[in-house]
Structures are given as C-alpha cells and as structure tokens.
Design a protein around this ligand. Sequence first.
Ligand SMILES: Cc1ncc(COP(=O)(O)O)c(C=O)c1O
Length: 392
Amino acid sequence: MINELLNLVQKHEEWRGKQCLNLIPSENVMSPAVRELLSSELGHRYTARDRFYMGTRYIDEIEQYGEEIARKVFRAETADLRPLSGHIADLIFLANFTTRGDTLMCISPENGGYPGMWNDALAGLLSLKTVPFPFSKDDMNIQVEKAKETIKRVKPKIVIFGASLITFPHPVKDLAKVARENGACIGFDGSHVLGLIAGGQFQDPLREGAYALFGSTHKSFFGPQGGIILADEEHGEILKEKVYPGFVDNAHWNRIAALTLALAEMEKFGKAYATQVVRNSQTLAKALFDYGFPVICSHLGFTKSHQVIMDYGSYEQGRVIAEKLQLANIITDCVIRIGTCEVTRRGMKEQEMLRIAELIKRTLIDKESPEKIRKDVAKLCDEFQKIEYCFK
Ligand SMILES: Cc1ncc(COP(=O)(O)O)c(C=O)c1O
C-alpha cells in the first residue's frame, strides 16, 4: 500500500509536473523555495490567539512579517493570512457583515460567478437572499446602469464583485458610491485575479471602493493553496477579531510561512509576471480565435486577465473538448477556460502561446493522433521546467 501511494504521487508529479501543459486558471506552481517552506517543521505546530500554546515565538514573528508584507503588496490597512482557502475567506466576509435574511448581490453562477457563493452554498448556509448583478454575457461584465437601478431598488446588505469567469475588470468604481449610499458593505472576491491585482495589471479594488479584497492565494497568485483577506482598517479589524475561533482554528503555519515568501516574490516580480500573463492570454486568445475556435469577446480584445474563455454552449459540450485535450496532455476545465498563469510562471512568452494554440488546433481541428501531440507537448514542457519570477 505504501509503495503504491508513493508510486501514485510520483506518477502524478511526473505527469502533471513534467508532461502536461497545465492550463487550468485556478492553478499555478510554487517556486522551489515556497514549496520547501510548505514542508517545513512549522507544519507540525499549533498557535492560538488566546496564547494557549507555548513554543510559538518564531511563528508569531512569521505571522507579523507576513501581514506586513501583504499590507505592502496590496496597499491595504489590514491583512490576514489565516483563512485556509478562498472559500473560507468568502465565508468570513459574508458571515461577519450579514445576518439571516439579508440580501447578497453578486454575479450569478450562470454568468460565471463563483457557485460556492450562491444558494446551494454560502448564501444558503447563511440564509441570505441572492440577487444577481445584471450582466452582459457578450461583454462578460456587469451592466452598470442596470446594476445601479437594482441596487437602489433592492438595497443589498452586501455586494461582492469578482467571479470565477473573469476576463475584464469589474466596475467597482462605478458602483461603489451607489452601493455605499444604499447601505451595502462592499467586497471583492479576488480569488482568480489576486496575482494580477498584486502586479498592478488588472484593477485595484481597495482604491476603487471595496472595503475588503479576499480570496485564494494560488490561482493567479504564487501559492501555496490557501486564503487571504486584505481590508481597510474599519472592516479588517472586525474580521481579524472573528477569524479565530469561529472560522479558523489552526491556521497551518507552514502554509503561512510559504505564503509570506510568495508575497515577497510578488512584491519583487509581480509586475513583470502579471504583465506577461496578460500578454500571453491575449496572444493565445487571438491565435485560437484566428484558427476558428469560439473564443469570446473578440470585440474587446478577448481578455485582460489570465483567462481565455471558449464558449461551447454547455459544460457537457465543453467536457467533450476538455477530454480530447486531456488525451493530448493539454489540461483545461470544462467551461472551457484556459489559464496562462502556470505556463507564464514556467517562463513561457508570446512565442510559446502560438505553439500552444497550434497544439490545440492539431488536437481539435486536425484531429492528429493524441500520442503524436503528447510528444510535442512533452517537448515544450521540457524546455520550461524552471520556475521564473522568484528569488534564485
Ligand atoms: C471566485 C472564486 N472565489 C472563491 C473560490 C474558492 O477558492 P478556494 O478553492 O481557494 O476555496 C473560487 C474557486 O475556484 C472562485 O473561483
């Protein structure tokens, strides 16, 4: 059994780490140094806010250092690295600024909003009524004027920007005033675009009117898997008081040390990385569109994020495509969303995006044998095994 387990992990590492083009926009790769901290001694330890545990002197300093650098990277008044995932960060924000029966306004899952926020998930758990943002699928964005009217009519207690399908900045600036005037607490779920925000290449929710920016640390950000909350002082201090013991007990200090180093990487290399991510997405989107793939939003230049979206009409249809790509070791989800974070972090640039588009075309249009394409995918991956945008 033990050998089989080790064998499976090794096979996975060899396959997904070395032979696959990993294009899922929810995923990224950590630098070797961040990965090393994730398996450090800190992973054995506990702390608690009430000082129940001894032996935490270095951990406490690591937490302070992590918060300090997070505040700097995001120009936030407060930072909290304890949420164990983006979902938990969402929960912490929602639960602390709503009560049962309040109205939550956000992007609905059918328009690419995060399903975990909606009726079957957090909104249902917290007994919140959901009202979707009026949304244009053509422009992949919130319809500002209609949203203003809805906010005035519904007076949501909480408004959350950000989404799982996110190719363009959301109009936080245009809607924050009316939301605030109508009594809403404003948040931005930056799970997908956190690395682009940190790199100054997407939008800046905390300057545009959001009280808090929160989400995952491992999609466009440099990892490890986990969550974070950045906020203004007023809202951030309330959340910090409540994280323990209600939402997080042990915060996984190995993760926090690793995240602190990832934040330092982002501070130094974030701008160059995020700029290249967006360039890569735009290059890949155009090349795929030119081959005839159903890439959305050609009239808007396709994308300003790490995501390229191809519309096959349904997840079922998307799955058929994703499975064909998987046979060629090209890994996407079933939307189909293609993400450029990981390949960018591995050092790929515009030229390689053209190669990826060609590999996708050979798989789906030319219908070449997957075996042949897998060899070329492996060759491309082999050239880009090193992780870039990190300290050497
Ligand atoms: C917009 C958004 N928020 C939150 C989450 C949840 O993040 P995590 O997987 O870190 O819990 C996701 C996950 O994909 C997401 O897309």
